[in-house]
Design a protein around this ligand. Structure first.
Ligand code: TRP
Ligand code: SF4
Length: 401
């Protein structure tokens, strides 16, 4: 018998055509992982609304185009599940329920909250939706009991918050109906000072992750002869938050690939206008690479250059063989080649990479309905999992009146 595959889940915001940075940073990895994991990938259109609640037109234009980019990048709809967030109201329900027990500070402390507000100055991001967005992401992830979340480093704080949210949920609701009363009765046999001491240790561990406080708590509980064995177990699971696992704590699965920088050497990003789209027209690819900046010190053909200062070299590191890389290193530094000559292998490699992508996209571009069908089928599959999770969540919270 083969072991059940572990599940992964990840999403992307539909805010424009995907570029090669998305491909190398995420999609290529998803396409590989789909064979080893039960993979769920969704179009995060609600997430896009947290920053694009005014100018929404780009979202509408991008939803199915992004799915075509995914298919072009190698996601196979017969292997993985591709779905659309806004078709899954369960995400909103779980978000609401998680929100009840989520301290504001958890959200205010997420680094992307302040960073993005500073970076996207032209947008008013002092909204409830924007503050709550990492918790919505937690709901996305917890809904599918994903073991792993394949995302970049920039998203790891969101996965950390997801873990905290799961832990707190299991702590608050993941136990038997009489557990709370039993714990209370046990605690009441202690002196007021001891009760306060235990409460403060538990808080230190749960809110600040203080492992020493947890060790002290455990030692204290174990040593109390007035507790029964069952009471000790209950009290300790109460502090560790490891009640019955209703929601699964996920882990980040960092993408192993080297980040592809933009044409100007900064992070590749649509807002910088320094990208190459996954399905960019070949003439445009040529033109963009031919005109991309090189080492500023190489003014004349006879000036020696330094690859480390050149964005073209970044492309070589992703696209070229070791031989070609060695050729660039030597010839650039002794002005043995011109920059256009140096760029040619990059142009060839990018164009070659795009051939299968354009080919895979072709039938979907011609018949957009098939893309909608893929998403509809994915939503149906996702619904089975989401309904099951929500059933458990409602029952754990005592909402089955
Ligand atoms: N926040 C992610 C981004 O901006 C997108 C996202 C939303 C996501 N929900 C997710 C990623 C769940 C992984 C898992 O790129
Ligand atoms: Fe950059 Fe290549 Fe020109 Fe050197 S030769 S500056 S690496 S483009």
């Amino acid at each position: 018998m083969t072991e059940a595959k572990k599940r992964i889940l990840s999403g992307m915001r539909p805010t424009g055509a995907l570029h090669l940075g998305h491909y190398h940073g995420a999609l290529k990895n998803w396409a590989k992982l789909q064979h080893d994991y039960d993979s769920y990938h969704f179009v995060a259109d609600w997430h896009a609304l947290t920053t694009h609640y005014e100018d929404r037109s780009i979202i509408e234009k991008s939803v199915y185009e992004m799915v075509i980019d995914w298919l072009a990048g190698g996601l196979d709809p017969n292997v993985c599940t591709i779905f659309l967030q806004s078709r899954m109201p369960q995400h909103a329900e779980l978000f609401t329920l998680l929100a009840m027990g989520t301290p504001l500070g958890w959200l205010e402390r997420v680094p992307t909250y302040k960073d993005q507000q500073i970076q996207l100055k032209d947008k008013d991001l002092s909204t409830y939706g924007f503050l709550g967005y990492p918790l919505l992401q937690a709901a996305d992830i917890l809904m599918y009991k994903a073991h792993f979340v394949p995302v970049g480093e920039d998203q790891s704080s969101h996965v950390e918050l997801t873990r905290e949210a799961a832990r707190r949920f299991n702590d608050l609701y993941g136990r038997g109906p009489n557990d709370a009363a039993l714990i209370q009765a046990a605690l009441e046999r202690l002196s007021k000072d001891d009760q306060r001491y235990l409460r403060s240790l538990k808080k230190k561990f749960q809110e600040a992750g203080d492992e020493q406080a947890l060790a002290k708590y455990q030692g204290f509980v174990q040593a109390k002869t007035e507790f029964s064995e069952q009471e000790r177990a209950l009290l300790i699971s109460d502090a560790t938050g490891k009640g019955r696992t209703v929601l699964v704590e996920p882990e980040v699965l960092l993408s192993p690939v080297k980040k592809l920088l933009g044409l100007d050497g900064r992070k590749m990003s649509k807002s910088y206008g320094n990208g190459i789209a996954m399905r960019e027209a070949p003439e445009s690819v040529q033109k963009k690479i031919k005109t991309m900046p090189t080492d500023p010190a190489r003014v004349k053909r006879t000036d020696p250059g330094e690859p480390e200062r050149c964005p073209v070299w970044h492309f070589h590191q992703v696209y070229s063989s070791v031989e070609t890389q060695a050729w660039v290193q030597t010839e650039c530094r002794r002005a043995g080649i011109g920059c256009l000559e140096c760029k040619q292998p990059v142009i060839d490699a990018v164009l070659a990479e795009q051939v299968p992508m354009l080919e895979r996209a072709q039938p979907y571009v011609q018949r957009p309905d098939t893309v909608k069908d893929i998403v509809a089928a994915g939503c149906m599959r996702a619904k089975v999992v989401a309904d099951d999770t929500m059933q458990q969540v409602r029952s754990a919270m005592g909402l089955n009146y």
